[in-house]
Design a protein around this ligand. Structure first.
Ligand code: SF4
Length: 229
């Protein structure tokens, strides 16, 4: 199994996590009215940092078959609208990933603390995804220096259904980072994310950022004007 397990220090993700947090919470550190809120948000971050642990698992797989919006990895079908226009012959491989922030949550029952804790947790795993994408680009360049890495495809993005998490977990082993899936399809710990990056040959056209929020549709990309070629 081609698995890479990484522990990411909180310091490494902080700058990007702070940027995501401020954008999501609508806080401006230069605004004097927001100063007290920001100091409080930082106290919640410190609590979370003391309890969480950021781990990432990366698993490299080569897709064996493509049919429309379906790619097959070791017999498991992963469906994503954005796969529809990607030529299988131009795909070098896929890097599946799971990132978890572990027990990164606040013990406080105050609503504002819960809200800040939730935004920090999401910001931390999103920042960690940026980090592992950089790491994967380096790994991929060792295999083919001309390859291009896609953005992340995953449940809820680019027209991939949330239920696909269970299928992704048949390809990458979540137990290696202590992540589980409950009967409702939710990952535990709660601040965990999964998906895949595709490595493609230089020249293959990847979906634009405007496709990220694709909600799908029965006719797929064929009659959709968001992705012009
Ligand atoms: S937004 Fe349109 S073009 Fe983009 S992936 Fe979805 S269906 Fe395809």
């Amino acid at each position: 199994m081609d698995n890479t397990l990484i522990t990411i220090p909180f310091e490494d993700v902080y700058p990007a996590a702070e940027r995501y947090f401020l954008a999501t919470a609508g806080l401006n550190r230069e605004n004097s009215k927001h100063k007290r809120m920001w100091i409080h948000a930082l106290a919640i971050y410190e609590e979370i940092r003391g309890k969480g642990e950021i781990k990432a698992l990366i698993h490299h797989v080569i897709p064996e078959k493509a049919e429309g919006r379906d790619f097959y990895f070791r017999g498991v079908k992963i469906s994503c609208n954005a796969f529809e226009r990607i030529q299988l012959d131009n795909v070098n491989g896929a890097y599946f990933y799971i990132i978890t922030a572990g027990d990164a949550q606040t013990e406080s029952e105050q609503v504002i603390d819960q809200l800040y804790g939730d935004i920090w947790g999401t910001s931390i795993v999103d920042a960690a995804r940026e980090k592992i994408r950089d790491r994967i680009i380096s790994m991929d360049k060792e295999k083919d220096e001309n390859s291009i890495l896609s953005d992340s495809f995953g449940p809820g993005y680019y027209g991939m259904e949330l239920l696909q998490t269970a299928d992704i977990f048949r390809i990458i082993d979540p137990s290696l980072v202590n992540v589980t899936l409950n009967p409702g399809g939710m990952m535990r710990p709660q601040k965990s994310i999964t998906g895949l990056f595709l490595s493609v040959k230089n020249g293959e056209v990847l979906p634009p950022a405007t496709c990220e929020n694709c909600i799908g549709g029965s006719s797929g990309c064929t009659f959709c004007n968001r992705w012009e070629r």
